[in-house]
Design a protein around this ligand. Structure first.
Ligand SMILES: Cc1ncc(COP(=O)(O)O)c(C=O)c1O
Length: 385
């Protein structure tokens, strides 16, 4: 009997070892991993540069508390702020905590209460971030919700205009709704969001927890658009698997988070920081990010070629290496079928097969995955819906 709460419907695969894009199960089976730990292992499993950085830090000190000045935290903050074109960083341990900090920052900075988020968004599982999330299934049984949030429809400016006014502290959005089913924002929508924020003196918070750290072929997804967020949040890929998150904000907000205003025992832990520095040094390079964009183009073209006309496919959406294939038919069956074919993939939203390959994935691995996916999707019509 398991003594873990059954919060996760776990798969039958039990990992024993993982390296690069490959995970080996305890039964000796080798899987091509297109989940990357749900967008965390952007450099593949156990990348050497990160392993070395962690090992070096393990031999120095593991934890001292945020009462001490830590040079490595300063280094990590400087790199992150530069990549995000912003100024000040607070380190947390997870994505939800980063969003929680962003929400607190926005409320305190503006003196306003309400934050607008979007239907089908996902921002986390804490009380504030669960309320921020625009999906009822996440909230069931936990009410009443924090009354801080109002919701608009993603990519539909009219519903935002209806709720936007000078009482709004912030608008918070994902550039690509990830858990919601891989829905990228349109340029027109984002332009309008930016304009409404400026007009009403509201802050723009971009949740880059799934889209950040090179996932879309830019350091952060907002950089594909002419967008100037006041605050961004990130986590997942930042530590290559070491738990770390961050809120990154413009310089005007610095004093809002003065001494004693916010904190975290483990936030900015030295091991996680070492992993984050090594990860950023590898990913935040033009050559690396260009390669991600090339691989994205390659895989999406291949998917279109093989699946574009297949009746079981309703659409293929993507930004960089964040890819969604909306299918007709039984998605859980498809995921299991792919696992049986030794390919690990994810679900998202309504019937969307989500691919989050490591950014270091090879062309051979892409070819192998695409062939497996195409065969499995074509076989879908033979299964009961
Ligand atoms: C966009 C987005 N925001 C927030 C979160 C929550 O992050 P965490 O699970 O690290 O708390 C997630 C996790 O999937 C996410 O995708």
């Amino acid at each position: 009997m398991s003594h873990l709460f059954p919060t996760y419907a776990r798969w039958e695969v039990e990992p024993d070892f993982a390296e690069g894009s490959i995970m080996t199960g305890k039964d000796g089976k080798k899987y091509l991993d297109f989940t990357s730990g749900i967008g965390v292992c952007n450099l593949g499993h156990r990348p050497e540069v990160v392993q070395t950085a962690i090992t070096n830090q393990l031999n120095q000190f593991w934890h001292v508390s945020n009462l001490f000045t830590q040079e490595q935290q300063e280094t990590a903050a400087k790199k992150l702020a530069a990549a995000a074109e912003l100024d000040f960083v607070f380190f947390s341990n997870s994505g939800a905590e980063a969003n929680e900090a962003a929400i607190k920052l926005a409320r305190k900075a503006t003196g306003r209460e309400t934050i607008i988020t979007f239907n089908q968004s996902f921002h986390g599982r804490t009380f504030a971030t669960m309320a921020a999330t625009g999906q009822d299934k996440v909230k069931q049984g936990f009410g009443p919700m924090l009354q801080t949030f109002m919701y608009a429809n993603f990519n539909e400016i009219e519903t935002l205009e209806q709720v936007m006014d000078e009482d709004i502290a912030a608008v918070m959005l994902e550039i690509v709704q990830g858990e919601g089913g891989i829905h990228p924002a349109t340029q027109t929508f984002l332009n309008k969001v930016q304009k409404l924020c400026h007009q009403n003196g509201s802050l723009l918070i971009v949740d880059e927890i799934q889209t950040g750290i090179g996932r879309t072929g830019k350091a952060f997804a907002f950089q594909h658009y002419q967008l100037q967020p006041d605050i961004i949040t990130c986590a997942k890929g930042l530590g290559s698997g070491m738990p770390i998150g961050a809120v990154v904000a413009k310089k005007e907000l610095k004093d809002v988070f003065g001494p004693g205003s916010h904190g975290s025992t483990f936030g900015g832990n030295p091991i996680a920081i070492a992993a984050a520095i090594a990860t950023m040094d590898t990913i935040f390079k033009e050559s690396f990010l260009n390669e991600v964009q090339q691989k994205s183009e390659y895989i999406v073209n291949k998917l279109q070629e093989l699946l574009g006309d297949v009746p079981e496919v309703k659409g293929i959406r993507h930004l960089g290496l964040m890819i969604g294939i909306e299918v007709k038919g039984n998605l859980p069956f498809l995921l299991k079928e792919l696992r049986d074919q030794r390919l690990l993939t994810l679900p998202a939203g309504e019937n969307v097969l989500r691919l989050l390959p490591p950014l270091t994935v090879s062309i051979t691995e892409i070819d192998q995955a695409v062939a497996t996916i195409a065969a499995a999707i074509k076989a879908l019509s033979k299964t009961a819906v």
